[in-house]
Design a protein around this ligand. Sequence first.
Ligand code: BG6
Length: 491
Amino acid sequence: MTKQFPEGFLWGGATAANQFEGGFDEGGRGFATSDTARAVKPEERKTMGGEFSSPMTLERLTFAMEDKEGSYPKRWGSDFYHRYKEDIALMAEMGFKTYRMSIAWSRIFPNGDEIEPNEEGLAFYDKVFDELNKYGIEPLVTLSHYEFPIGLVLKYGGWKNRKVIDFFVRYAKTCFKHYKGKVKYWLTFNEINILGMTGYLSGGLLFEDGKLHLDEMYQAVHHQFIASALATKAAHEIDSENKVGMMLARMEAYPATCHPDDIMNAIQKDQSNLFYSDVQVRGEYPRYMNRFFKENQIELVFEPGDEAILKQYPVDFMSFSYYMSSVTRHPNNQTPEQKATAGNLILGEANPYLEASDWGWQIDPVGLRVTLNKLYDRYQIPLFVVENGLGALDKLEEDGSIHDNYRIDYLDKHIRQMYEAIEDGVELMGYTMWGCIDLVSASTSEMSKRYGFVYVDADDRGQGTFDRYRKDSFYWYTDVIASQAANILNN
Ligand code: BG6
């Protein structure tokens, strides 16, 4: 029997406006948090230095907004704003069934709190969706992906302020109404759990004392939960065809040993990650968070009716990003050295069975099958892998080719594991490879961390032609889609 993915599987690629679109000062777009992120130095790569992981202050924010010297690559991204036709044609050439992208909130509501939207911003995405439609590519649209209008940071203090719920819901409704019939798959917040870890990029939170404040971050997350549920309600009311998903940065954490304390530690790691999907899929706060909140002196403010909103409007499907797995060890079992690196929330300690990318991300294809099984066991709703891929240093050869066998190898192994998970019984809607056309890194703001099937000729300072070149993986993925992966699964 020929092995292949099921008919209707949504193959494609993913990008986000903040890292890909550019045109940050065109078409009436307002300033966004992502516009203030400087490219980190290569030596900071493995710690994800910069705005992604460190608390933002008003002083740094003001400096970045006025800085004429620094390099802020997310402002120009890969220039999709001017090259969307060429890019969509490349996606069509690969046979994409779907394209995950995001709308920049500050292109639609430049300051975030206007009553009327910016028509020029709406018109830009009309052109993009029409172009996708021309090739039969289904858009999957994230409403908030690692950017947030600076106007809402300065005037309201970001998502810790409950008023922001109304502004988001107005923005979401505007999109649902305006793009009715053109878009039916929506995600509300990209990697909603990252707000609980970093605060600024997606939450617009400033921390003047240079420390992250858990109580403000979780209050902000609560407001996003409510906003997402209300947006889901509106999406269904405006068009019964709409399907709304939540999006989690899935962090599969293995216990370092079979010591019971390490096992318990891994369970707690899972809880801190799955808290977000527990709320958005099941519609209520899980009981294990009560203890966490109590021990961290977090007293969340719930308004009357919040619980009912969460319960009544859960998401239709669950999407997630998966790049790596990590290893976790109970503090009692850590050496002083391990204790010192334990602060790195995302990367954790090294797994001796796995290799890591140049950025220290541990490559673990089987971990994707583990995660798919675990999530499906827990929720029994359709899953969607909306990000997966390898950030690497690519070399553009003189003849315009790029030989990225390491990327093909990474993707091949992950696709095989997705197939196994489907065979295990997991309902999987699709797969959108992250950064299908090279774009700026979210965590380090470098252009040189490349993910794409298509190379973009630009460096970390925005120098280059921005011309597009097909990598070897481009042709490989074309064959994968055309054969429903039969070309790799039967070899
Ligand atoms: C996810 C984000 O965390 O991972 C993307 O949703 C991001 O925006 C991707 O680009 C890869 O991370 P990075 O830091 O390598 O760009």
